[in-house]
Write a protein that binds this ligand. Sequence first.
Ligand SMILES: NC(=O)c1ccc[n+]([C@@H]2O[C@H](COP(=O)([O-])OP(=O)(O)OC[C@H]3O[C@@H](n4cnc5c(N)ncnc54)[C@H](OP(=O)(O)O)[C@@H]3O)[C@@H](O)[C@H]2O)c1
Length: 315
Amino acid sequence: MHKNSVAVLGASGYVGRELLEILARHPNVTIEFTSSQSEREINGHRALPLEEAQKHLGDVELVLSCLPHGVSRPAVEEARRAGARAVDLSADLRLSPAAVYGLTEVFRPRVPEAAIVANPGCYPTAALLALLPFAKAGLLDTSRPVVIDAASGVSGAGRSPKRELLFAEVAEDFRAYSVGNEHRHLPEITEHLKPFAGEVDLVFTPHLLPVKRGILATLHLPLKQVLDRSAAEELLLETYRGEPFIRVVRNGIPSLKDVVYRNLAALGVAPVKHVARPMLTVISAIDNLVKGAAGQAVQNMNLMLGLEETEGLRC
Ligand SMILES: NC(=O)c1ccc[n+]([C@@H]2O[C@H](COP(=O)([O-])OP(=O)(O)OC[C@H]3O[C@@H](n4cnc5c(N)ncnc54)[C@H](OP(=O)(O)O)[C@@H]3O)[C@@H](O)[C@H]2O)c1
């Protein structure tokens, strides 16, 4: 059987390792080489320093880049010059016309022909999958802000050591960061909401949760009209009918244990009581390393290679 050849850049990081694990179960793909600055072999695959790996990008059909921001874009551009297509898991191209934004369930028709797919960020994946059904239905009251409070496990910050992420710093604590709309994922959410809802004010506050993995996002949506729970659930079910990687939790609220280690976004809703104007709370849970990174990248890779979107993935 013909196997598609791929390379994974930045394979020693959290996202890269997750990707190697998924690709190890993938029947149609073979990993030709990986890159790492610190390791020469990862999960049985040869790992080259990036400078060396870049000389071989033309040997593969598709490059998956799990490199840090700023480092990834030049590597992806080098892959294109060498004739390979690319999925960039960094933030470098998520707002660029040079790439298709790979929120697969929303932009699926554009992915198969894309030369470069910019895989969405983890917080934006959780937030946009919750927001877009209501935005597309014209239900958002854009005169009021959407409030997004989201908490991520520590793997969201990557594997390189940082003092503020030491066990003794994070364990038994819970804190907000980038407070006051300072987080770099905010423009990504705003820009990809715009085609569906126009200009919308967002208040986005990320939090650091002392667990290894997972994102739980709580979104408060101002609505033009009252939507009861079953109508809101119906809208989500209708929007995501047939989607293998999205689960609408009826009469319940998802939590991290519903999604960790799986390529799955779980969504639940509750109308907000005791407020003067209509509001809906939507809870969105994903594994930041899977649906928020490596799993979604494999969905996109599969579409680009003409394979079943679900190949190699479990939900
Ligand atoms: N973590 C998440 O939840 C998440 C979710 C979505 C998207 N992302 C994005 O995915 C990418 C990878 O994230 P991560 O969490 O896996 O990061 P990470 O754990 O810090 O891994 C980064 C990888 O890039 C390599 N690298 C670092 N600096 C490099 C340089 N100057 N030149 C060449 N290679 C370099 C590292 O190699 P060595 O360690 O061997 O030096 C490692 O393999 C980032 O762009 C991140 O924003 C992360």
